[in-house]
Design a protein around this ligand. Structure first.
Ligand code: GLN
Length: 662
């Protein structure tokens, strides 16, 4: 057995296993790939030409190129000849393009050669008919049942007096007949403009193919007049037919097809131009008929083998769509007996098998939506509170439960979340959803959360949302518009503080009295001091008042005093490197001491402290503290000890919080 080892991809050598082991040693920087394998798994690069050394090529490009190479000389099939002009196609042409739903494309072979779109026009025009009339009205005129017959068969759903589906010619002609507009020119322009939006460039018509089919399309004429005869379509039939022949003669490349498919994968919006080609509500209808009928009488086997909604055309094109992920466009004009591109089908089969693209090949189960959850009290907001507020929060904070969410919210993950919330609910009153790590949320998930919100409200419980991605927040507000006040916070800490305030106000309504000025004795660090000690300390302390919005401490100030907040609220924030945004580091409520680090390390202030409301502070200047040392050494030691306690208390809380969060 041989291994191929490459050193950083620069130089390839072949060695035996024994040599490799000897050469590699422990931790040697070799990448080892198997070329032969006994286990029967095809290694990714088996039989493939490796890219030029020193240029990193995406393995997807390499893989597509090799796939192209594998089928390049496969000349099975025949050119479509019933439209005379199509026999002029070059049988050798062969292109494959893969386009991600974000617009990135990978092309190989004849990806830019133009050919006529033919039947791939059918699902696109069907989408336009859906937009023109709505799906129920269209369904009355064109069914959605596969025929199991060839694309040009003359079979009708007689029970419902309509063609079976829009992907066979009979249904496609009836669909085209539904396209609104003011005469032929206007109706065709609407079709061409729509196709151009799908492709992301202005498309044109192959006049000779159009003329050729128009002159020889007797079978399609017969189908149309039969339908007129049974009232399935109305006049002007020859205009409908011209429109149909012309839509089939629109010129596209494999790249255009891939972009069209990617547009369907991207919910109807061209991912490169960001132009909408089809209303989002019709995308799933179009993809459904593609999945059941897109490959004519090969549709069943196609779903079985490839498993992607797709459409082929006798010009040699195929589009296939993996919703939400990407689109494929292939071009090879040699057709099999069903009228589908032979090489195109082989390529799609291999793509689907190699990358597990079959829509029913679900390898993922629902992600774990709750990253972690914690109760209030144990974990608190950055608001440091005085003893009385803290006491209320310590004993009632568990009524707050926060869930840190991650990943996408869709039905299965929203169900998981709702289940957790219901299980945890007996103790909870404030349910806080932290949306910082949410990637997206679909409508079904948001509807479920809205129902949960109403159910919670019914139990006097509150759903609070924080830091949702912009799109999710706007979808949520739209869904809830008119349904009362929404508790949506931009910031998780602010949301948590909101819940804490509510809990404190219910547990101890007096604790947060707006204009109460706490006496010096009620400052946290001075609790336990006797009245006599407080009396001795008072002359060393000044009282300062601040208006709402005023700076209590400015970044850069000399750090030479300690503050005790006696009333109001204050917060510390720093300006981030980008000089635009600020982060709140901490915030204070009456009773709390701040600025204490300065006592130990001096220097300059590194952040601003701002009065959020009108505030009063007791200020202990360090020069006064020194005087206290000289005159009242015992009291001085008490103060220092109290400051030490303050710091250890805070450290202990932070440690407990870190523990609660891991
Ligand atoms: N214009 C062609 C026809 O009506 C389209 C058929 C096809 O691509 N399968 O015959």
């Amino acid at each position: 057995m041989f291994w191929r080892i490459s050193n950083g991809g620069a130089k390839l050598e072949t060695k035996t296993v024994q040599e490799t082991k000897a050469a590699a040693g422990f931790g040697a920087p070799y990448i080892v790939r198997t070329l032969e394998n006994g286990a029967g798994h095809a290694p990714i690069l088996e039989g493939m030409k490796l890219p030029t050394p020193n240029t990193l090529t995406s393995p997807i490009d390499v893989w597509l190129r090799n796939l192209h190479e594998k089928y390049r000389n496969n000349m099975h099939g025949h050119l479509a000849s019933y439209i005379p002009e199509l026999t002029k196609a070059d049988a050798k042409h062969f292109g494959i393009v893969l386009a991600a739903a974000d617009g990135k494309s990978y092309a190989t072979g004849d990806s830019e050669v133009l050919f006529t779109i033919q039947s791939i026009s059918k699902p696109l025009v069907y989408g336009l008919a859906l937009e023109d009339h709505g799906s129920e009205a269209v369904l009355k005129r064109v069914g959605v049942e596969p025929t199991g017959e060839a694309f040009n068969s003359i079979v009708m759903d007689e029970l419902n007096n309509r063609p079976f589906n829009p992907m066979v010619n009979a249904g496609a002609i009836a669909t085209t007949a539904l396209i609104r507009g003011n005469g032929f020119e206007d109706r065709f322009k609407r079709i061409l403009d729509m196709f151009s939006r799908y492709a992301g460039r202005q498309l044109t018509v192959d006049e000779s193919v159009f003329a050729s089919e128009r002159a020889t399309g007797h079978r399609n004429r017969a189908i149309a007049y039969l339908q007129l005869n049974s009232g399935m379509i109305e006049e002007p039939v020859s205009e409908h037919l011209d429109l149909y022949f012309r839509q089939c003669a629109i010129l596209v490349s494999a790249r255009d097809l891939a972009m069209m498919a990617a547009t369907l994968a991207n919910n109807g919006v061209n991912p490169v131009t960001h132009e909408r080609a089809i209303a989002p509500e019709h995308v799933k209808t179009v993809l459904s008929v593609m999945a059941s009928c897109g490959m004519y009488d090969y549709s069943g086997e196609w779903v079985y083998r490839v498993g992607l909604p797709a459409k082929s055309g006798v010009g040699g094109g195929i589009i296939a769509v993996l919703p939400g992920q990407f689109g494929v466009g292939t071009f090879s004009p040699l057709l099999d007996d069903h009228g589908n591109s032979h090489r195109g089908i082989e390529v799609c089969k291999e793509l689907s098998q190699r990358f597990h693209l079959h829509v029913y090949d679900m390898h993922f189960v629902a992600d774990n939506i709750v990253r972690r959850s914690y109760r209030g009290g144990g974990v608190t907001s950055k608001r440091l509170r005085g003893a009385r507020e803290r006491k209320a929060l310590d004993s009632h904070g568990h009524q707050i439960i926060a869930y840190e969410l991650q990943g996408g919210l869709y039905f299965a993950t929203a169900e998981q979340l709702v289940r957790r919330i219901v299980e945890d609910s007996p103790q909870s009153k404030y349910v806080l959803l932290d949306g910082r790590r949410i990637s997206r949320a679909d409508q079904s998930a948001l509807m479920l959360l809205r129902d949960l919100k109403l159910a919670l409200a019914h139990e006097s419980k509150v759903l609070v949302l924080a830091a949702l991605p912009e799109q999710v927040q706007s979808d949520w507000l739209k869904l809830n518009s008119g349904a009362g006040l929404e508790l949506c916070f931009g910031d998780v800490d602010a949301a948590l503080e909101y819940c804490e305030t509510k809990v404190i106000l219910t547990a101890d309504p007096g604790a947060m009295a707006a204009d109460a000025l706490l006496p010096l004795a009620d400052m946290d660090i001075l609790r336990g001091f006797s009245a006599d000690e407080i009396g001795k300390l008072a002359p060393y302390i000044q009282t300062s008042s601040y208006d709402a919005g005023a700076f209590i401490i400015r970044e850069g100030d000399a750090a030479d005093r300690l503050y005790l907040l006696a009333s109001g609220s204050a917060s510390v924030d720093i300006v981030l490197d980008d000089a635009k945004s600020r982060v709140r580091l901490a915030a204070f409520r009456p009773g709390v001491a701040f600025g204490e680090f300065a006592l130990f390390d001096g220097g300059r202030r590194v952040a601003n402290v701002v009065a959020e409301t009108a505030a009063v502070c007791y200020v202990l200047d360090f020069a006064n503290l020194e005087r206290l040392e000289a005159t009242e050494p015992k009291l001085y030691r008490r103060v220092l000890f109290a400051l030490g306690r303050l710091l250890t208390d805070r450290l202990r809380r932070v440690t407990a919080e870190v523990r609660a969060l891991t």
